[in-house]
Write a protein that binds this ligand. Sequence first.
Ligand code: NDP
Length: 311
Amino acid sequence: MRVLIHIDNLEKWRAALTKRLPEADIVTSSDPEEHRRHADYLAVWKPPSWLFENQPGLKGIVNLGAGVDALLATPKLPENVPIVKLRDAGMAPPMADYVLYGVLHFQRDFDRYLGDESEQRWQPREIVEKSDWPVGVLGLGAIGSQVAKRLAESGFPVHGWSRNPKSLKNVTCHHGEVGLEDILKQVRTLVTLLPDTPRTRGLIDAERLALLPRGATLINPGRGALVDETALVEALGNSEQEGHLRGALLDVFETEPLPEDSPLWRHPRVRLTPHMSAPTPFEAAADQVVEAIHSWEAGETLATVDRRSGY
Ligand code: NDP
């Protein structure tokens, strides 16, 4: 059995997979001799299209991340090869930390205190109770559901949104277009943890931002394409005047790295981070690769990516 890998840190991955799959020949994309040889499985993150040339006998592809948008957009991706993506693999706890930090940042007025500090203004503010701070989590998947759960455990009323109806303890679950409107109209923080698919791209546009209550906040650690950045900047207002939205915490962007001339860099009500909210934990990811390969080899049915839905 041969497994071809393409990701940063190739040698670390080769060692981890060799240790876990001693019977397999683990080859890497960095060596032209190796990547031209026929492989049974690919384990990849953002592969170049040439990687799929000379690979007529693939039995499966493992995407080394939770989001498959980059993989599905790769030209020459073979049509009928099953794809498995990482499911949580330890990404949910750091993502829940990131989102909880973001919600507290706004609920406890840290955004306002930053402004006060820069002007040496001593001005304690009344705390808005967590119970009066409903949070919406769009996307209740392997990671989104854990984020919703953590927020609910922390005392926030949580509304979740998915494509299919769902039931989660202590989370009011919604689905479909009407469900989305219900959420947008009542939350003080909206968290976008959806995959980037044809149906979610540009979902949070000017119209939907306007449905949020005045003074609402946005946290986007999902994908940049979910939010119309121009509409967001417009909704946030400018340094003189707060707009319809009070602030945003953004980890992902339409273009990454965020271009130098993006107005988001300098916006007074935007906090931003460089796509770091939930890096893939290496050991758990390597375990999931091996689990998938063993299941394929054993002829078991795996939860694969639905290419038509895009996730
Ligand atoms: P999953 O694929 O497990 O779940 C996706 C969720 O989105 C599901 O609940 C699904 O609904 C919902 N969904 C998809 N399409 C729609 C739609 N059209 N309308 C309503 N709901 C929809 O994803 P994860 O939870 O593992 O991850 C979510 C995203 O987070 C990833 O795709 C990735 O983009 C991002 N991410 C970002 C990271 C970072 O470091 N910034 C790290 C890891 C992930 P249903 O349950 O009904 O299928």
